[in-house]
Design a protein around this ligand. Structure first.
Ligand code: GLA
Length: 707
């Protein structure tokens, strides 16, 4: 018989699994150079007094029936019966980097299939399938992926947020009991990004062991980090089912969403770099392998005021500024003059566009740009022809009046006619117009989502995936952006079928600095939409210089979100300058290794991108508030080649002026800013470069190039 101890290994991360009689992950940590399955026996635990007389393993399915006492990975029943399954392994198959373990509980009539894969990036991907083997339905209340982490994980980092303030990290101690994230909003949500990072005490960007997980799922979810009373710890993640939502008929299989897990001994940067590499190698698929085109999106420029002549003038200006993709946002379809009506009526507004969309599209294309358009297929306004004709197409429970959100309701994609209507309308739009890009929006949460009287949030999410898949297959050349009032639907599963995220409706460069940093823990810059917004931010009314806004947008998939016809020359010159700078560096930004650099002063935020061959590095230093100290501390630049010499240059700065007695901050600049300077990679990594003294809400951009 096969050795029950198996290992998945990569160059820097290993997972060791005891497969029989019950499957149990016994190690997830650094790659083991001298591993022998025999070693695993050192971990066999004592049995403590005052509790069960046997050892209780944290098995792959974390069954309560083993005496786990914590949060189990499975809960459900068959009309009250078969409610405490315990699975025994029946079959194990290891193929290269993937392990499939089949287990059964013959009493409960359930089969469990667990898939564990370790990618070369170091990311582990796990999912479970549950099959009902008996005639009567098995009601699934919970079905989770549980992943033990080492006992030295003492802290947890998670993300909170809200509309216009996504991806805000916070930390809690993991010493006793559990920390839980629950999302019932029916989309990935701004509020509860489905991720948890456990780590050793005070783990940081560069230091500490960290175990980060992300649940790839765009619906309701629950994540949990738990310290058991015996000191063992685990992370758990699942799709959250509403009461009665999930039942398995005989022979049916339910799969958990995939859990993506990244362990690093080098702190958060190492964890993120592995996630980024995993996504680049496995998930991000652009229809065409080309540089990410710079966008102009019309939303904050003109909102619902669509006049084709004016839009074409905007396009002229956009092209002159270096924009490569022009996107018409909300407001192009029949009767859509404000956000109170017309969602669902996916016909062109012929009053606004009497000659159709084609002249505008042709104009955009003649200017050498791609053309994109906004859609929100899953939604319906009560004030729409579609609703008047089919009030029963709404995702709802009969007998209740559901609250609207942004004056809209959700279409029930589980109704075949609804699904087909959307496929037909979208196919008309995308098939009969030369469209290269779709901004796919989703602007409200699911409240009482129901289909045939039963909860249907999970099914709705699957139907959304299906709709996007059908359209993606039909129009494989089109790129899709996942937007949901900004960053409400950002996760790995939606990314398997889309190409970009709209990170936030907040274009305030100060807010964006933290939002984008939060997002960077799990996503690389090339899928993060980052736009230069209006001088006076529409979300916060804060005002920022074009330099701060331009540099902040530089580190994503860049674009403009404004009307370039209504601004002064200085602003416009700025758009041109940052677009050009982005293009000059986007190869590094979109393919390089990302480093979040910790500075002694928390008000200074630094992000670096270093090209894979380490020939070029780009560092943005953002001063978010008044600095704590008189001098800013030297910037140590990680990720360079120690033995190489680098030329350091200041690529952009916010009019740093030496104002002498004028009362400003600085009398002389750091020497390297005045006279050209080179230094070794080692020196730059260990000692660094002195920074100029920056004003609050400004940024500078420093480049290094190998001599
Ligand atoms: C949402 C999006 C915005 C914009 C509007 C249009 O709020 O996040 O970017 O597209 O919808 O209504």
């Amino acid at each position: 018989m096969q050795d029950p101890i198996l290992r998945l290994e990569s160059s820097h991360v290993d997972v060791v699994i005891k497969t029989r009689p019950f499957a149990e992950i016994i190690y997830w940590g650094p790659h083991l150079q001298y591993f022998s399955p025999h070693d695993a026996h050192t971990l066999s635990r004592p049995v403590a007094n005052g509790r069960l007389d046997v050892d209780s393993p944290v098995t792959l399915m974390a069954e309560l029936g083993h005496g786990l006492f914590g949060s189990p990975g499975i809960e459900g029943h068959r009309q009250g019966l078969d409610g405490s399954p315990v699975f025994t392994t029946t079959h194990v198959q290891q193929r290269q980097d993937t392990l499939t373990i089949t287990a059964e509980d013959a009493h409960a009539g359930l089969r469990l299939t667990s898939e564990l894969a370790l990618d070369a990036s170091g990311v582990v991907v796990i999912r479970h399938g549950l099959t009902n083997l008996k005639a009567q339905a098995w009601q699934v209340d919970r079905f989770a992926v549980t992943l033990p982490v080492a006992e030295r994980a003492r802290e947890v980092m998670a993300f909170h947020g809200r509309w216009i303030r996504e991806f805000q990290p916070h930390r809690v101690k993991l010493e006793h009991d559990a920390f839980v994230i629950e999302n019932r909003r029916g989309r990935t949500s701004h509020e509860h990004f489905p991720a948890l990072i456990a780590g050793t005490s005070s783990f940081s960007e560069m230091h500490g062991d960290v175990w980060g997980v992300h649940l790839g799922w765009s619906g309701n979810h629950r994540l949990r980090a738990e310290a058991k009373t015996d000191g063992r710890r685990y992370l758990q993640a699942e799709a959250l089912y509403l009461p009665g939502e999930m039942a398995l008929e005989e022979g049916e299989t339910l799969w958990t969403p995939r859990l993506y897990a990244s362990y690093s001994a080098q702190g958060l940067n190492g964890m993120s770099q592995q996630f980024h590499r995993y996504l680049r190698d496995n998930i991000i698929r652009f229809p065409e392998n080309k540089p990410r085109p710079v966008h102009l999106n019309t939303w904050e420029g003109i909102y619902f005021n669509h006049d084709p002549d004016y839009i074409m003038r905007m396009a002229d200006e956009a092209a002159a500024l270096g924009v490569e993709r022009f996107i018409i946002d909300d407001g192009w379809f029949k009767g859509r003059n404000d956000d109170r009506r017309a969602l669902g009526d996916w016909y062109l507004d012929e009053e606004k566009y009497p000659h159709g969309l084609t002249p505008v599209i042709n104009h955009v294309k003649q200017l050498g740009m791609e053309f994109g358009i906004w859609l929100e297929p899953e939604m319906i306004n009560p004030d729409s022809d579609l609703y008047r004709a089919h009030p029963d197409w709404v995702l709802a429970l009969p007998g209740y009046t559901q609250a609207t959100g942004r004056h809209q309701l959700v279409l029930n994609l589980n109704i075949p006619q609804v699904f087909n209507y959307l496929v037909e309308r979208m196919s008309w739009l995308l098939g009969e117009h030369a469209i290269d890009y779709v901004k796919w929006d989703m602007n409200r949460e699911l409240v009482q989502p129901g289909h045939r009287g039963k909860a249907a949030a999970d099914a709705q999410t699957h139907r959304f995936y299906r709709l996007l898949d059908v359209l993606g297959e039909r129009f494989p050349h089109i790129e899709f952006e996942s937007c949901s009032s900004g960053g409400g639907r950002i996760d790995y599963d939606v990314l398997t079928r889309s190409h970009r995220f709209w990170a936030s409706d907040n274009n305030d460069a100060l807010e964006r600095s933290t939002i984008q940093r939060g997002m960077s823990y799990f996503f690389p810059p090339e899928v993060m939409g980052a736009h230069i917004g209006h001088h006076k931010c529409h979300a916060t009314f804060r005002q920022h210089s074009i330099e701060f806004r331009g540099l902040t947008a530089l580190f994503g998939h860049m674009g403009l979100e404004l009307d370039p016809l209504t601004v002064d020359k200085h602003e416009r010159e700025g758009y041109r300058r940052y677009t050009a700078l982005h293009k000059q560096w986007r190869e590094v930004i979109h393919h390089g290794t990302q480093w979040r650099v910790e500075m002694p002063d928390a008000s200074t935020q630094v992000l670096g991108m270093v090209s894979e061959d380490k020939k070029q590095g780009l560092f943005i230093v953002s001063q978010l508030a008044m600095a704590d100290y008189t001098l800013m501390m030297p910037l140590r630049m990680p990720g360079l080649e120690a033995g190489a010499q680098y030329h350091i240059s200041l690529l952009d700065h916010p009019n740093i002026r030496l104002t002498g007695e004028g009362g400003h901050t600085m009398r002389t600049l750091p020497a390297w800013m005045e006279t050209p300077q080179t230094a070794s990679g080692e020196w730059l990594m260990q000692a660094g470069v002195a920074l100029p003294i920056l004003d609050p809400e400004t940024a500078i951009l420093i480049g290094v190039e190998r001599v």
